[in-house]
Design a protein around this ligand. Sequence first.
Ligand code: AMP
Length: 216
Amino acid sequence: MRLILLGPPGAGKGTQAQRIVEKYGIPQLSTGDMLRAAVAAQTEIGKQAKALMDAGKLVSDDVVIGIVSERIDADDCAKGFILDGFPRTLAQADATEAMLARKGVSLDKVIEIRVEDEVLAQRIAGRYTCANCGTGYHDTNLKPKVEGVCDKCGSTEFKRRPDDNAETVMTRLQAYYKETSPLIGYYYAKGKLVSIDGMAAIEDVTAEIDKILSSL
Ligand code: AMP
């Protein structure tokens, strides 16, 4: 199963991707996570990407295409994967087509998660993740079962992203509407697009996605 989760920052792509990973056993390929790991490890790519990420701007196509193209060749991607936060430009979408063609496979679905801007800002402002396993939480919408303890791994360390602040969110939203939203038409024209209501409760969005995936 090869999927793309498409939607603005804060739409719930990461949250839903984690659920698909658990249910279907295919890996989540998040370019944002990969870039944050590169920044933390202070690699050459990380050094190049940091200022752009902090400002909410997109990293160059060549860099992200390079990291996805390498990652997609790993054994755990043989049965499929979920692309989360990639592709984000038409050039990246074309590169994805070429990567998949080279592997002799194709995309099954592109799931667009739609959410209104005001809600995105509120979601982004309250979100944080477990510093150990990366499970996502939110101050009001998705709290751990026991306060201060990760449901999944029991860690008590959490972190917030430096780009999850009100100012950077505006730049990230602009980048989404300018560079990424044309992909909606791109995949619609290919007959791959399905759009769902991301304003619904997390469980309801998961159920909606499940319905789509079980019909594949
Ligand atoms: P995300 O975690 O998907 O919100 O991504 C965080 C930041 O990483 C973005 O604001 C960009 O600076 C960068 N980034 C992630 N994925 C991409 C991509 N596919 N193309 C360009 N920049 C990206």
